[in-house]
Structures are given as structure tokens and as C-alpha cells.
Design a protein around this ligand. Structure first.
Ligand SMILES: [Zn+2]
Length: 304
């Protein structure tokens, strides 16, 4: 359970990007222990590897975009990253032939199903995890996010507050390593009907449709079959949060509390957390016990 995992064999997924509207084909390939998650833009040659690292995030306004030193980017990586995190995939190479990961149904459901049907293999190399050493928080007006130490789990306590009465205030608390996460995986991205035209006039959501996003107009969900679960809105925000924290490179042990956050707040916060080595430690987990050996500076470099 606590050894590094990758997928059994390569799998392909195709679809349009939510914001670019461009079709992309991705191939998720097995990768060696300690190589982590990497994206490779196979439509371009040379310096086409893009690492999903918090310090490589170039934009986090509507989705999470990562950029390498050569100016090559991959966007909307968060739902795929969340699927990899939740399934415990430590190492994978994701080949992609365009700028944006397919949005599919707007959740992580299809990524999860495809990876599970392909299979996951475990190596004999122990995983590394990040322990949080102290309380750290970031506030931005009414929005805030904090993290504090916990023993063995990752708790996410998230709330949203919308003026729209259908979305309203929702809160959910998830124990990521122990809960049934299916309602988190399946929860779709959402937007207000009045924002759709605005976003599209700015060149975003060009691939958006009722097949890949919940659209709310006043008191109504415009999607034919309604919501997939009672807390789908906040559950999607938790899914985004899980995907974004995987850009720290490893699983995290800690308790996160977030109110009204999103990709940008999470990324600003993680930059703050990982800018100070006093805030965290990385440990190798052997068997079921936690090693006292704090991984050395070389390992720290891989996330900072
Ligand atoms: Zn999302």
C-alpha cells in the first residue's frame, strides 16, 4: 500500500479542452519510480517536458496552467492530477498533443475509470510524503486557506458561499485517504449562465457545454439530469483542491481548511508553504511505520 505506484500499461483518452475548445489526445504511460508525474507535449519537439510543480504554474485564474522554461504549457491539468493523486499514482508520463487536457465530463470520473480498468502496479520503492510542521494560512479578502499538522491523514474542510441561491453556501469535510471519494471524483465543474457569454467573449470556455459543466441559471440547473450529488458544487472545489495540491510533488499529511478558495488562492498558498523549509518535511514511508529519516536536500529540491 505504501510503495510507489504507476499504471500497468499505457492508456489513451481524447476530447476537447474546456477553455481552448481544441481537441487533444493524451496517453498516460507508466514511469519509473521517483520520476513523478510529467507532461510531454508530443506535438512539439525539444524541451517539451512540463513538470506539474507549484512553482511552474503560470496562470491559475480559471484553471491550472503549467509552463516550462521554453515557454511550453499545458493547461487544465487539475482533474487529471486529482485522479492520479486519489488513486495513489506516484509516477506517470502524460503525453499530450495540444495545449489543454480534455475536459471530458467536467469531473475526474473518466480518468479514474480508465486508469482502474487498465490497472495499477506497485513497485518495491517506498513512497515519500510531506508532513506539515506548523499552522500556515493565507487570506485574500473574505477568502482564506490554511494548513496545519495532522498524524496520518489529509483532511480537507472546504466551504463555498455564492449569492446564487441554488448554489448558496455548501461545506464538506473529506478525509482523503480514508473516505469513499466517488462523490468527489464524479463532481463536475460549474458556472453561472450569465457568466458563460462573458467568459467566451474573453476567449475562455470555448469548449464548454452542458456535457462538461453544470450551468446554473437562477434557481435552475440547466443540465437535463440535474446534479450528480447533493454537494456537487463544493465537492468539485475539493476535487480541484486535491489536483492542485498534487503539484507539491507528493502526498501531503495535514489538515486544510479553505473558504471560497480556488486555483489561484491554492497556488499562492502552496508557494508560501513551500518557500520556507521550516514549514514542512518530506519523509520516506517504509512499511506501515513512518521513517525518522527526513529526506535530504536533494529530495527537497524536487518540490521547491
Ligand atoms: Zn475543476
Amino acid at each position: 500500500m505504501l510503495n510507489q505506484k504507476t499504471i500497468k500499461s499505457s492508456l489513451c483518452i481524447s476530447g476537447v479542452g474546456l477553455h481552448s475548445g481544441k481537441k487533444a489526445n493524451i496517453r498516460i504511460c507508466p514511469a519509473a519510480p521517483n520520476s513523478g508525474i510529467q507532461f510531454k507535449r508530443i506535438d512539439l519537439s525539444g524541451n517539451n517536458i512540463v513538470i506539474p510543480n507549484i512553482f511552474n504554474v503560470s496562470s491559475a485564474n480559471l484553471c491550472t496552467t503549467i509552463l516550462n522554461d521554453n515557454g511550453i504549457s499545458v493547461s487544465t491539468i487539475e482533474h487529471l492530477m486529482a485522479a492520479l493523486f486519489c488513486l495513489g499514482i506516484d509516477n506517470a508520463l502524460i503525453e499530450i498533443d495540444n495545449v489543454e487536457v480534455p475536459i471530458l465530463d467536467g469531473s475526474s470520473k473518466i480518468f479514474i475509470e480508465k486508469i482502474l480498468s487498465t490497472g495499477i502496479i506497485e513497485t518495491n520503492i517506498p513512497i515519500k510524503v510531506i508532513f506539515i510542521n506548523k499552522f500556515i494560512e493565507l487570506k485574500d479578502g473574505e477568502k482564506f486557506i490554511s494548513i496545519e499538522p495532522s498524524k496520518t491523514n489529509l483532511l480537507i474542510d472546504f466551504e463555498i458561499k455564492y449569492q446564487n441561491s441554488l448554489i448558496g453556501n455548501q461545506r464538506n469535510i473529506i478525509d482523503v485517504y480514508n473516505c469513499d471519494l466517488s462523490e468527489i471524483y464524479n463532481s463536475r465543474t460549474f458556472c453561472l449562465y450569465e457568466d458563460v457569454k462573458k467568459l467566451q467573449s474573453l476567449g475562455f470556455a470555448l469548449g464548454g457545454s452542458l456535457d462538461n459543466a453544470i450551468v446554473v441559471k437562477d434557481n435552475l440547473v440547466l443540465n437535463e439530469n440535474g446534479l450528480r450529488n447533493e454537494k456537487e458544487f463544493v465537492n468539485h472545489k475539493i476535487l480541484d483542491c486535491i489536483g492542485d495540491i498534487y503539484l507539491s510533488g507528493f502526498k501531503i499529511i495535514g489538515k486544510i481548511i479553505c473558504s471560497q478558495g480556488g486555483h489561484k488562492l491554492t497556488n499562492d498558498f502552496l508557494r508560501k508553504v513551500f518557500s520556507d523549509k521550516e514549514n514542512y518535511s518530506i519523509q520516506e514511508i517504509r512499511g506501515t511505520t513512518i521513517s525518522k529519516n527526513i529526506v535530504n536536500r536533494v529530495a527537497l529540491k524536487s518540490i521547491a
